[in-house]
Design a binder for this molecule. Structure first.
Ligand code: GLU
Length: 426
């Protein structure tokens, strides 16, 4: 097991017992979801996927489609025209609110239904079939695989979607929806009924975090400036009427949906997704909100948090023989947050001797280690010991401690030289 998966598993384990929230039932087919389904997936900028819990359950994307269709409208019409037709204000309203500007009927918020329905209509196409085909192709490019529609949820949603039809008619009468209201609502229902897994959502979020380029397939799903606008709208509007508090506490661009999916993007670091159907009073999945809160704190992910200039963290990774002993050395500098930690773990993997040998992690130029990475590094060192290696950490401070109730499996030195000379003596 790798340390990123370990920390996802730990968050998953701690939160699986959380029983708050209600599964959405206003669309009858959504009410059949299993409230115990709970999966977390994370995709890094290097394209690695990490998972915890149930990550294979298919569910419908619902509102989590909104940022991606917004991205498609941006690339079709450009940012100025999209903004002219759909606002970018966190309306502080629930997902199904009649949230339209008084004089123009322009919907305020593209991440709740009214604004999203208007956005769907902006996607360029000759007719509804072609429009939906382009939406599905866009969602699939973000996910990196061909997605399909859950016809049962679509039928259920279409049969009970009068409020969304009403929103479309209201906007049409105000002149802010220039397409046919029935057709537009129907395309929107299909868009909400696209089937995904939590891993698909994590890849989609990672694509936004990676400037629009899917880090798994390498495909540019949307231009970089459009990805930036989508993340900005997610940051301010992505969490229904809980958006403000979310930005305060968790501090990541995110979007949730009524089927219990939630994505969050840590720009230039990773995309993460959680699936857990029970929702809180704002319509956000309870376990997902708690999981992201914990992750943000442990890995210092808040976007307003200033880690200073990001320099290369891993400054050396080598393996050599000294006095007949195979020794791996990884050298790092700066502050170890998530991305730096991931790079360090991979470097350790690369230079670990093939047969049991010695490993030095040189942190003498490291100035800080966040709690998540510290726990992760302890796990990496334990794993080296389990595999018969002997490890040493050189650091100015005790950044890494043994896990609770466990013996420390590595030696500690103040300097690299002391650590290296131990390798040839021990
Ligand atoms: N299909 C849902 C609706 O419009 C999506 C709502 C959501 O996930 O917020 O009612």
């Amino acid at each position: 097991m790798d340390p990123v998966t370990d920390s996802l598993n730990e968050v998953h384990r701690r939160l699986s017992g959380l029983r708050d929230g209600q599964v959405a039932d206003y669309i009858p087919q959504l009410a059949t979801a299993d409230p115990d389904d709970f999966g977390i997936a994370l995709v890094s900028m290097a394209g690695h996927t990490y998972r915890a819990g149930r990550t294979d359950t298919p569910f419908t994307v619902q509102s989590v489609s909104k940022p991606f269709v917004y991205a498609l409208a941006l690339s079709d019409l450009g940012p100025a025209e999209v903004l002219r037709r759909v606002g970018a204000e966190p309306s502080g309203n629930p997902f199904n609110a009649i949230s339209l500007e008084r004089d123009t009927g322009r919907p305020a918020n593209p991440m709740i239904n009214a604004g999203a329905i208007a956005t769907t209509a902006l996607v360029r196409a000759d007719g509804p079939a072609e429009r939906f085909r382009r939406i599905l192709a866009c969602l699939s490019a973000f996910a990196g695989r061909p997605l399909d529609v859950d016809e049962d949820v679509y039928a259920s949603e279409a049969a009970t979607g009068d409020r969304n039809r009403a929103l479309a008619y209201l906007m049409h009468s105000a002149g802010s929806l220039r397409a046919d209201p029935e057709e537009t609502a129907d395309t929107y229902f299909r868009q909400c009924s696209v089937r995904v897994t939590v891993v698909d959502l994590a890849v989609m979020a990672a694509t936004l975090a990676n400037g629009g380029r899917n880090p798994v397939t390498g495909v540019q799903a949307v231009a970089e400036p459009d990805a930036v606008r989508v993340l900005a709208v997610m940051a301010t509007c992505g969490m229904y009427d809980g958006a403000g508090e979310w930005l305060l506490d968790v501090g990541l661009p995110a979007k949730s949906g009524v089927s219990g999916g939630l994505i969050a993007a840590s720009p230039a670091r990773f995309g993460i997704a959680v699936h857990s159907p029970p929702l809180d009073g704002s319509g956000n999945p309870v376990r997902a909100v708690a999981a992201l809160g914990e992750m943000s704190e442990r890995f210092g992910l808040h976007i307003m948090h200033g880690p200073g200039l990001r320099a290369t963290t891993v400054t050396g990774a080598e393996r050599f023989e000294r006095d007949g002993r195979a020794i791996g050395v990884v050298t790092a500098q700066g502050i170890l947050e998530f991305t730096e930690f991931e790079a360090l773990v991979h470097a350790v993997g690369e230079v670990t001797p093939s047969a049991p040998g010695w490993m030095v992690v040189d942190l003498t130029a490291v100035t800080g280690v966040l709690p998540g990475p510290a726990a992760g590094l302890a796990a990496v060192l334990d794993d080296l010991a389990d595999r018969g290696h002997r490890a040493a950490v050189a650091a100015q401070e005790t950044f890494i401690e043994a896990g609770e109730g466990r013996p420390r499996t590595w030696e500690m030195f103040r300097t690299r030289e002391e650590a290296l000379s131990w390798c040839t003596r021990a």
